[in-house]
Structures are given as structure tokens and as C-alpha cells.
Design a binder for this molecule. Sequence first.
Ligand code: PNS
Length: 158
Amino acid sequence: MKTAIYPGSFDPTTFGHIDIIERASKIFDRLIVGILNNRSKKPLFTVEERVDMLQIVIKDLPNVEIASFSGLLVDFAKACDSHVIVRGLRAITDFEYELQMSQTNHILDAELDTVFLTTDLKYSYLSSTTVREVASFHGDISAFVPEFVEREMRKKFL
Ligand code: PNS
């Protein structure tokens, strides 16, 4: 059985993330979406809130699971018994950071490889950071995130 992990901050989950989850779930037998619980950063959503939102996203994808992790990604991959990391590539500007991360992880664990899925063109501009920014000024984020995420974001910026 081929298990892959799809790690990220998902703060919040966007249509771009959902597109990658759906496509990766067709490539691998089992996909574990790993939400980083970074204690040094102050995310908009708690890790529990992000888990709950992603649970809704994957409710019709039987081979996808949600987990949170802290610490090193290589350790999370080992705990999941996975040798494959999935990441989405939106544009060339993502490449340098992703390459560095992929190579660092491969040095830390030579059995771990990163597979990149190119983001669907209609989401190539989209990032959680810009969604948070637009929402913080009460802008319309309906083109970026599902309705239930939109509702949760509105509560945060009441
Ligand atoms: O959605 P993001 O914020 O681009 O995801 C980044 C993430 C979570 C994949 C990355 O920050 C990560 O793997 N953090 C865990 C710490 C780690 O392993 N760092 C060394 C690899 S460079």
C-alpha cells in the first residue's frame, strides 16, 4: 500500500488545497493530510479548528485521513509509515522554497521523497495568507474557500 502525506499549515484550507487533496487521493492508496501545529507561530485557527475544517473537506474521500503534527516533518512521515511527501507548486516563486525543503527532508531521511503536483491554473494565485488578509478587511472570500470556511473566517473577524 502506497501512503503519502500532504503537510501544510492550512490556515485556512483553500480551494487550492482541496484540489491537491482530491488529485493526490487518486494517485496514492492512502493520503494523510498533516496539519502543522507550530507553537512559535500564532495561527488564525487553532489546530483543532483546522482539523475539523479538513474533516469536512475529506468526508467523501475514504482513503484520506487528517492528522496534526509538531516538530520535524521527517518524523511525522516516519510515524505515518510514509516515504512520500506531496506538495503543490503554484508558480516559479514557490520553487526555491519547495526545492530547499524537499532537499533538506531528503538529507534528513534518504528514503523520503517529495512529489510535486502543479496547482490547477485557476488556483495558481491563491494562498492562505491573502485569504486571511482579504477576510481581515471583510472582503469577499467566496472565490477562495468553501462556504463553511468562509463562515468560520467571518466569526474570527467580527
Ligand atoms: O502550508 P505551509 O506553511 O507552506 O507548510 C509548510 C510545512 C508545514 C510543510 C513546513 O513548514 C514543515 O514541514 N514544517 C515542519 C518543520 C520541519 O520539518 N522543517 C524542516 C524542513 S525544511
